[in-house]
Write a protein of this length. Sequence first.
Length: 292
Amino acid sequence: MPELPEVETVRLGLIKLLVGHTVVSEVHDTPKGFPNSPNDVGQFLIGAKVTDVRRRAKVLLIDLDTDYTLVIHLKMTGQIVYRGADNFGAGHPNDSLIGRLPDKSTRVQLILNNNAVLYFNDQRKFGWMRLIPTIEVPNIDFMKKVGPEPLEDDFTPEVFIGRLQRRKNTTIKAAVLDQTVLAGIGNIYADESLWGAKIHPETRVKDVPQNMLKKLFTEIQYVLRLSIEKGGSTDRNYVNAEGKRGSYIDFARVFRKEGTPCPRHPDTKIIKIKVAARGTHICPKCQVLKTV
DNA sequence: CACTTGACCTGTCCGC
DNA sequence: TGCGGACAGGTCAAGT
């Protein structure tokens, strides 16, 4: 499930592979994958040159010289994969997690002037790709309400704690997953950072002491930075722009680790519970539920 | 307004 | 081997 580090990894790949190239044609299956009118696509995408690739929260933004932007949300199983004219990525084909493209999960294909193809694959069809005037991107509903970028300089412990106040009666896990509190955290990094801060995910926000919230702030930045360094987490579907897996999951302390020892307490096993309607992984020894 | 739950989808896994 | 059901989880809409 692509979260901030996964989308950032895709962005870093695409900025090298796409910028300066032109879209010469486009194929898509249903309006679900690419809900723009054929007129908009023909006018603002076909013939357009990619000028930049940006990210906000879990949203990928491919800027075009038509002053339009391809706005992409991968949701849970979306993939953006670049394939050269030989139908392989920039690396060795055996490095790729996925086979020949298109496959049955392919929703959109953008054919480029160098005969490479950018594929948007999405097994569960929750993701979407939309063409929006670049100047309008900050005005779409999601952008208006999404919280601060956790790795930007203006995100401080004070900002984090302040924004958590709007969710003080909910569980701390639901609060860090709330994109209006801060941007980019999903299920993997919520569990990883809460373990790092030794906070039980079902603790109400108002019951978490200030110093633990500060610790959580530090842990969120730590796991996100480490994951970007490792190319994100490939749990099931996620691949980068070259179709390759990320390796954060090898460094995970609790996520999908149920039944294995807690790194802090070899005598205690990680357990899986349900919090905020999500599978949630904790060490029952170092993450103790606190109520006031 | 705060908070929770269901819907959106399809592939995989588990028990029978 | 086949089959039904639970499960995976990002976001929005609708509910309390």
